[in-house]
Design a protein around this ligand. Structure first.
Ligand code: AMP
Length: 405
């Protein structure tokens, strides 16, 4: 009988998950992995709900659940309810492992790692580098270890894909002792970019081996420059704050602003952290929302300006990455905004006409959730929309680390 594998992406108040059948069929990662269910638990610490979809996307469960007020206990009980559900719908499969998205692997983790108490302690030390994500990623690991102590767990890192970047793309112009203490560009959304890199050959053929910029535009947003399907530069840096404007994060900022916020305005480091991570970006500029759908639908001048600034940052930073690559052969849009907002894609492509992008408007507007080309046949740069699949990447890594393939 085959085993099931659970993939977990845990945030501050939600847990997204996907369950796979590992097949035991041999023949490589793709033939062995079949998604059997996916879903999320939202509203942890508030009004929790469980949503589970089956293999075909049909809703199997969508109901309020009851959880305690204490966050750690709530998270543990949320996983308990999920395991109960999986147990009842496992068709005889046993749960063999859990793979986690962990945002920061620092310098030490350039490959996925099996969780041990030592690994967990090392990952705890990276929490100040990703305060919005890392603590929730790690508390999910602890919650599951508390429920099922013997179950193997694997951490897969958003920083890993960028370990291939050359020194100049990684270094800040800071004194050596600071660089050597690990203060450098790491880059994030690596699991998403790694998935995109894995499907480039089948979509783009040899063009996919060339100079490609992938634009992961979701709540978090970044660009990644790839050459030979390896990361050579990205817009995010030491933390997931840098680069593009995001839902609630500011993106690139003169570091002098941070000094002024603390010295000039007397803000505490904690208040600055909250401002930059949770109150800036689309939310801060529009005053309406950090959610692009809501901002797009708003008529206020501030919301219009928020979109203009969002696009200006992409225009500038796409130029910067094209310069790092010495030109551009392909541009790939992915994640919530990249996959769904035809307006944002159209405006980005108009701005990128100088580098050889010519958009096929009809292809861009066509409602589809499949990977598709949206540039004209004459476009010097091939432009694509590709749905990302970070969960599949985590599942593949987890099986490989545990040698279950
Ligand atoms: P993600 O983090 O990848 O789930 O992406 C979330 C972002 O995608 C949010 O800002 C959503 O508003 C945005 N999004 C999802 N669907 C659409 C859409 N149809 N149009 C514009 N933005 C969208």
């Amino acid at each position: 009988m085959s085993e099931a594998l659970l993939v977990v992406n845990s945030g501050s108040s939600s847990v997204k998950f996907a369950a796979y059948d590992t097949g035991n069929s041999g023949g490589g990662a793709d033939s062995a992995l079949a998604r059997i269910a996916s879903g999320k638990i939202e509203g942890i610490g508030g009004t929790p709900r469980l949503l589970i979809r089956g293999q075909d996307g049909a809703v199997l469960e969508d109901r309020a659940i009851s959880l305690p007020a204490d966050l750690a206990q709530a998270q543990q009980q949320a996983f308990g309810q999920l395991f109960d559900w999986l147990g009842r719908h496992a068709d005889g499969r046993t749960l063999g492992a859990v793979g986690h998205r962990v945002v920061h692997g620092g310098e030490r983790f350039s490959r996925p790692a099996r969780i041990t108490p030592e690994v967990l302690a090392q990952l705890d030390e990276l929490t100040p580098l990703a305060p919005l994500h890392q603590p929730h990623n790690l508390s999910a690991i602890r919650a599951i270890a508390g429920l099922l102590p013997g179950l193997p767990q694997v951490a897969c890192f958003d920083t890993e894909f960028h370990a291939s970047q050359p020194w100049v793309a990684q270094a800040y112009a800071l004194p050596r002792r600071i660089t050597e203490a690990g203060v450098k560009h790491y880059g994030f959304h690596g699991l998403s970019y790694e998935y995109i890199a894995s499907v480039l050959p089948e979509r783009l053929g040899t063009v996919g081996e060339g100079r490609v910029v992938a634009a992961h535009l979701g709540n978090g947003a970044s660009l990644c420059a790839m050459q030979g399907r390896r990361s050579v530069a990205s817009t995010m840096g030491f933390t997931a704050l840098d680069g593009l404007m995001m839902g609630t994060r500011c993106g690139s900022l003169d570091p002098g602003v941070v000094l002024y916020l603390m010295r000039g305005l007397g803000m505490s480091p904690k208040a600055v952290e909250k401002l930059l991570y949770e109150q800036s970006g689309l939310l801060g500029v529009s005053g309406v929302s950090g959610d692009m759908r809501t901002v797009e639908a708003s008529e206020t001048p501030q919301a219009r300006q928020a979109i203009e600034l969002y696009l200006y940052r992409i225009r500038q930073q796409l130029g910067s990455l094209a310069a790092s690559l010495g030109g551009l052969d392909a541009l790939v849009f992915t994640a919530g905004i990249g996959e769904n907002s035809a307006m944002i894609r159209r405006r980005v492509c108009i701005d990128a006409a100088w580098v050889g992008v010519a958009l096929d408007d009809a292809a861009n507007e066509a409602p589809s959730s499949a990977a598709r080309r949206i540039s004209t046949p004459a476009s010097r740069v091939a432009v694509w929309v590709m749905p990302t699949d970070e969960e599949l990447m985590i599942a593949r890594h987890t099986l490989a680390v545990l040698d279950l393939l």
